[in-house]
Ligand binder design. Sequence first.
Ligand code: PLP
Length: 379
Amino acid sequence: MSTLVQTAPLLPTYVRHDVTFVSGEGAWLVDAEGRRYLDLLAGIAVVALGHQHPAPLAAARAQLDALWHVSNLYSTEPMTRLAELLSERFGGASAFFCNSGAEAVEAGLKWARKASGKPVVVALEGSFHGRTHGALAVTGQPAKRAAWEPLAPAVRFATPNGTASLEAAMGSDVGAILLEPVLGEGGIVPLERAFVADARALADEHGAVLLFDEVQAGVGRTGSFFAWQGIDVRPDAVALAKGLANGLPIGALLVAEEAPTGFEPGDHASTFGGNPVSCAAACAVVETVDDELLAAVRERGAQLQDGLAAFPGVVGTRGRGLMLGADLDRPAGPVAAAALAGGLLVGTAGEQTLRLTPPLTISQSEVELGLELLEEVLR
Ligand code: PLP
C-alpha cells in the first residue's frame, strides 16, 4: 500500500502519496521507477483530453516558440480566438481570463455585485468554490475596493435540490445565486433540472444574477460542453477552469451577452490572465471537445457507473458523464491509497465517496481495466 509522506521542503498544505510521476500519455502515467498507472482522476478533472494529448501539446509548443506573454493592455491571437470559441459554444458571451478556478469565481462574484448592485450571494450547503481570501480586502486603494464593500460577500446558504430552502434564502438584498451544476468536492451531487430551473426563476424574480461554477463540471466533463446544457438552464455567467487548457493554468468567466455587462475598464484585472500559451492549448481543447467526444463521455460514464454500482462495498453511485462518485460502506481514503498501490489513480470527495474523473478520451477497454483494478481493491 502506498504511504502518505511529507518529503520536500513544501508547506504542509497537502499530504502527498509517496509517488513521483515523470511522464504520461492518454489515461496513463509513469512514475520515477518506470511503473505505469491507469489514471481515473486526471488531475482532479483537469487533464480533460488525457496526458500529452497531441492537439493542445502542438498548440502550446507552437505558442511557446512564438510569444509567452504580453500585458492585457494588448491583444494576442490565442486569447481573442479562445474568447470567440467560448462565446460560440455558450451562444453569445464575453470572457474574462484568469489563472485558476478560484479566480474565475472571484471574477464572477465581483461581476455579479456590479451587475445586480446588490451584496448578498446565495450559495449551496456542501458547495466548493475555491480557497482564496481577501486579496482585495487588504488592498489599500479605495477606488479598487469601493464598489465591492463589504468586501467579503454576505452569504446565505441553501440546501442542494431544496427549492423551499432556496426560496427562504432569497430576499431583496440578493444579487447572485451561485451554483455548481454538479457539486464536486461536496460529494459529486448533480443538481436536478427542476431545482436549477427554480433557481433561474427566483434569480429573475429578485433581480439577481444566476452564476454557475463549472470549474470542475465544465468543458465536456458531464457529457455536454457546459454542464448547464445537460439540464437546459442557461445561467447569466459561468466560471470555467480545470479542464479548459488540459492542465496548463487558466480560468475564465463568461458573461452571457444578454446579461448586464457589469464590468467597466479598471474593475478587474489579472497580470497572467489570458496567457497566450494557456489560451492556445485551450483553443485546441475546445475544438477537440466535439459532439463525437461528448457522446463517448456519456457512454464511458454509463459504463463506469454501471460497473461501479455492481461492486462489493459500493452502496450508491452518482454523477453525470465522466464526473462520478461512488458511495462506499467504508472510508474512501484507504481505498484510494490501495488502488494507487495497485496501479490505479482514483480520488475521493468526502469521507466515504470515491471520485472518478478520468480523461474524457478514455477508451472502453481502459474503463474495463480500471473497473477490474478497483474491484480487486474493494473485494
Ligand atoms: N470551483 C470548483 C467547483 C472546484 O471544484 C474548484 C477546485 O476544485 C474550484 C472552484 C477552485 O479551483 P482552483 O483550485 O483552480 O482555484
